[in-house]
Design a protein around this ligand. Structure first.
Ligand code: PEP
Ligand code: MN
Length: 366
């Protein structure tokens, strides 16, 4: 059971205390309060766990300062949007705001291959005023004979160049505790010039030990990529795992699902789920058009399918885009066919702004 307080209550502590007092009347019930800070409001909830079936909601509904009491099944207790009026809470990390108020574009290399590629990519982002990027160092690949990423060897120059170009957050996949340690050490050695968002890749969407690991630390936010062969509900439960371990700073990323019915795209684009995830959870929603489509071919209108699906995700309310670029896609060691060229970056950003502006005119204010 979740008891929600009126937002921004000045009497928060007293109201929580009154709720806890009432909860204590029921044997076996534990109460825990959670604070969420959104862009406009802060919210407090008291979660009751234990045999709540015998606890009447009316016992709390009548308390002053309580706005709503909902019975929830154990699923999505923390990430769920239990009240449609609640805003997407989001979080701020290293000066960058993650919520649904604006679109963040994480454009960068699928896999780091050289300091020159990283420098060229980040210089292009800096020219456009973009402070967020993706840089894969640890690449889980389908074939053991494919390039696995440069690993910790590339971290010093990735972080140093990020500092040089004013990049504030680098999204980087991790598959193991060792990777988080290596990132932490490399950041410290470089003087913490940037921030890192830990990516849980689609292949690890149900790696529960990894989910717990990224959930047990709060230094880095997490970009969770939907499992390509599991249900949406299973992927959302994976995010609940992360939050339940103590890290609420999670973004949910749609990246397509595996089926030959998506051919000739690499995956079947699943951006119709953007509004579903937004309705069911309070997580900011990201789309990854590159891994969804898997190829950079243009349609007769001159726009690549990658642009078109980006538009589909943004017009549906996504507020983050993870996208592959490369200075020389033909020479990229990983996923070159889906990488856009650096010359396409200004046009891509203009496209994002146009679609987002259209969305802003279409949505009804919350
Ligand atoms: C990636 O973003 O680099 C990646 C490997 O994506 P996914 O886990 O969605 O395949
Ligand atoms: Mn890739």
């Amino acid at each position: 059971m979740i008891i929600m307080l009126e937002p921004d209550s000045a009497r928060r502590d007293a109201i929580v205390e009154a709720i806890v007092k009432v909860a204590e009347r029921y044997p076996g019930i534990a109460a825990k309060s959670y604070e969420f800070t959104g862009a406009r409001h802060s919210f407090t909830e008291v979660h009751l766990v234990g045999p709540t079936a015998g606890v009447p909601t009316a016992a709390f509904e009548s308390l002053p300062g309580v706005s709503r009491v909902v019975r929830v099944s154990t699923r999505y207790r923390l990430i769920g949007r239990h009240d449609p009026r609640t805003e997407t809470v989001g979080f701020t990390y290293n000066g960058v705001r993650f919520d649904d108020a604006a679109v963040l574009v994480f454009a960068g290399l699928c896999a780091v291959d050289s300091p020159e590629s990283v420098d060229a990519m980040m210089a292009a982002l800096a020219r456009e005023g973009v402070v967020t990027t993706r840089m894969g160092a640890y690449k889980p690949r389908t074939s053991p004979y494919d390039f696995q990423g440069l690993g910790k060897a590339c971290l010093p120059y990735v972080f140093e160049l990020a500092g040089k170009h004013g990049i504030r957050v680098v999204a980087m996949e991790v598959t193991d505790a060792r990777h988080v340690d290596e990132i932490t050490r490399a950041l410290a050695a470089a003087g913490d010039p940037t921030g890192v968002m830990l990516q849980v890749g689609t292949r690890n969407a149900q790696n529960f030990e990894l989910l717990k690991l990224v959930g047990q630390q709060q230094r880095f936010p997490v970009l969770f990529k939907r499992g390509m062969g599991i249900t949406l509900e299973e992927s959302l439960n994976a995010c609940e795992y992360i939050a339940s371990e103590g890290n609420p700073n999670v973004v949910f990323c749609l990246r397509g699902v595996k089926t030959h019915l998506g051919d000739p795209h690499r995956n079947l684009v699943d951006f119709a789920h953007v509004p579903v995830v937004r309705r069911q959870t309070r997580l900011p929603v990201c789309i990854d058009p590159s891994h969804s489509v898997g190829r950079a071919d243009a349609a007769p209108d001159g726009l690549s399918d990658i642009f078109h699906v980006t538009g589909q995700g943004l017009i549906a309310g996504a507020s983050m885009v993870l996208i592959d670029f490369h200075p020389r896609p033909e020479a990229a060691l990983c996923d070159g066919p889906q990488a856009l060229r650096l010359e396409q970056l200004p046009g891509f950003l203009a496209y994002v702004r146009t679609v987002r502006a259209a969305y802003e005119t279409l949505k009804t204010p919350g």
